[in-house]
Design a protein around this ligand. Structure first.
Ligand SMILES: Nc1ncnc2c1ncn2[C@@H]1O[C@H](COP(=O)(O)OP(=O)(O)OP(=O)(O)O)[C@@H](O)[C@H]1O
Ligand SMILES: [Mg+2]
Length: 274
């Protein structure tokens, strides 16, 4: 039996399995270690999608800033180019990619670019107005100067390269020499580059770009992503190290979260007093 997101011609998951209800998962955990961040539902928190820009004082925005710090540890990998992917569609790759990029872009000295490399079903343009005419696909196939395609997200220091026209053969474009050249150019101009990609279980695109990146961030959607599928995604990341996992869309209420953190800090400080 195939899960419902199997797409024609893609790599299907082996079998449906237990969804990711536990944090961290009890049955063996992930090869990539303890999840780096838990992002709660922006809907439950009554926050907008671009929460880091539009509600920067919120608990969720703080989670993205924390994720940014974890990914910036100077003596760690300190990746400059980060690929964001997940096992299946709709797990929050684009939402995490843009908010993480906004968190990086908030520092004055961190010129940040977010690239929509989901050339199958581009979505980052949903945060741009007016909708862009050209993007990554045209930069690769038509040798256009990047300055004609890179846009700026209003009220931020973040640049964005939209995907451009959806194409049938994205793996060929993404695996081309021109794509590698473009990324090299961007490495010279931006301190951080976040790349949004299609899901890695059905498609190879994310792993193709990973080969030109410094690391891959895997997104899992709480209570939806089967653990076995997440493991399959992990095993398909070959091009670069896995930086960690983000558990997205946790459905606990904000009050549960705040209570949990409050008791954690209380325990911590009480321990110091003893
Ligand atoms: N933390 C969250 N809280 C609430 N809704 C969320 C959260 N993360 C994602 N969503 C919602 O889920 C939907 C899918 O999110 P998104 O487009 O980021 O997923 P995706 O993995 O990029 O999907 P695709 O594989 O189609 O590109 C959107 O409507 C988004 O608002
Ligand atoms: Mg997406």
């Amino acid at each position: 039996m195939r899960t419902k997101f199997k797409r024609e011609g893609g790599r299907g998951p082996d079998r449906p399995a237990k969804a990711l209800k536990e944090f961290p998962p009890k049955e063996g955990g992930f090869a990539a270690g303890v999840p780096l961040a838990e992002i709660i539902s922006h809907k439950l928190a009554n926050a907008p999608e671009l929460v880091v820009r539009d509600n920067s004082g919120s608990f969720i925005a703080e989670k993205f800033r924390r994720l940014k710090s974890l990914l910036s540890v100077e003596d760690g990998l300190n990746p400059q180019v980060i690929v964001v992917t997940s096992s299946a569609p709709g797990e929050g790759k684009s939402l995490v990619a843009i908010n993480l990029a906004l968190a990086f872009g908030a520092s004055k000295d961190e010129r940040t670019l977010v690239i929509d490399a989901d050339l199958r079903r581009p979505t980052l343009y949903r945060w741009l107005s007016p909708s862009p005419n050209i993007g990554l696909a045209e930069l690769i196939s038509e040798q256009i100067d990047p300055k004609h395609a890179i846009l700026h997200i209003k009220d931020t220091r973040l640049d964005i390269l939209p995907a451009g026209k959806a194409t049938e053969d994205p793996d060929q474009l993404l695996g081309s020499n021109r794509m590698r050249e473009l990324l090299e150019q961007f490495r010279g101009r931006y301190k951080k580059i976040i790349i949004d990609t299609p899901p890695i279980v059905p498609f190879t695109d994310a792993d193709i770009i990973a080969a030109c990146s410094d690391g891959v961030l895997l997104i899992a959607r709480s209570a939806k992503t089967p653990i076995s599928l997440m493991r399959q995604a992990e095993s398909l990341v070959q091009g670069a190290p896995i930086l960690g996992i983000v558990i997205n869309d946790q459905k606990r209420t904000l009050a549960d979260w705040e209570g949990r953190y409050e008791s954690y800090y209380k325990d911590y400080y009480d321990r110091d007093k003893k």
